[in-house]
Design a protein around this ligand. Sequence first.
Ligand code: SAM
Length: 231
Amino acid sequence: MSFLTPRLFSLAKLITEGEVVADIGTDHAYLPIYLAKDGKAKKIYATDVAKKPLDVAKNNIASFGVADKVETILADGIQWTISNEIKLDSCIIAGMGSTSILDILKHDNENIYSYVIAPNTNLEPIRSWAKKMKYFVENEIIIEDNKIIYEIIKINKFAGTKIKNKKDIIFGPLLQREKNNKLFLQKWLEEEQKLLNLLKHIPKKDVKYKETLKKQKIISKLLRRRILINE
Ligand SMILES: C[S@@+](CC[C@H](N)C(=O)[O-])C[C@H]1O[C@@H](n2cnc3c(N)ncnc32)[C@H](O)[C@@H]1O
């Protein structure tokens, strides 16, 4: 399917054979259509809070002949899963900011086994939430799509890698272990530069200065080790 962007394709790769999946904020429903066509997912719920995109989704689903596998739901976030008999193996939340995703995650419940999350902003607040909620990291990917670097995470309630500390929250417990990941290095070199510039414009007495300086130091330390020691 040529309309599946590298980012959406990476999300699809994190779905395991035979899963029951929900795509929250599906918009055009390209991802659910791909998952249905590919035969990977057993059933996909394509949801959106807005009627307009969901109508487009319905049309696309019908055009691709996958209405037997993809069901559309007009709903805000994941509340609809709470009093439901459906058990979701994976719940995808992508293409929104971290704040909106965290709002949706307030309704996390036992009917959802795992989440595949790809914010179009920072993944750090999501990892922080996952640590607090004792989620395990199953997979982490960093990709470039249309000159934007995205981090994607799959977390679940039962098995995987723990998020232990601030370093894990910032860099990801799995991504930081990858040797020679050029995109990872590029992302954090750019972030370091951004923070160094920001520090020039925040008064030193400001609380934000301390926080920014602390983060910049953590990033610079990791980068120095990577570049100098090739750790
Ligand atoms: C930019 S699109 C992202 C589409 C697709 N998920 C992607 O990653 O390309 C965001 C979509 O999320 C929907 N959305 C925003 N907040 C939502 C919420 N709380 N619950 C369900 N859908 C939501 C919007 O209506 C919009 O269609």
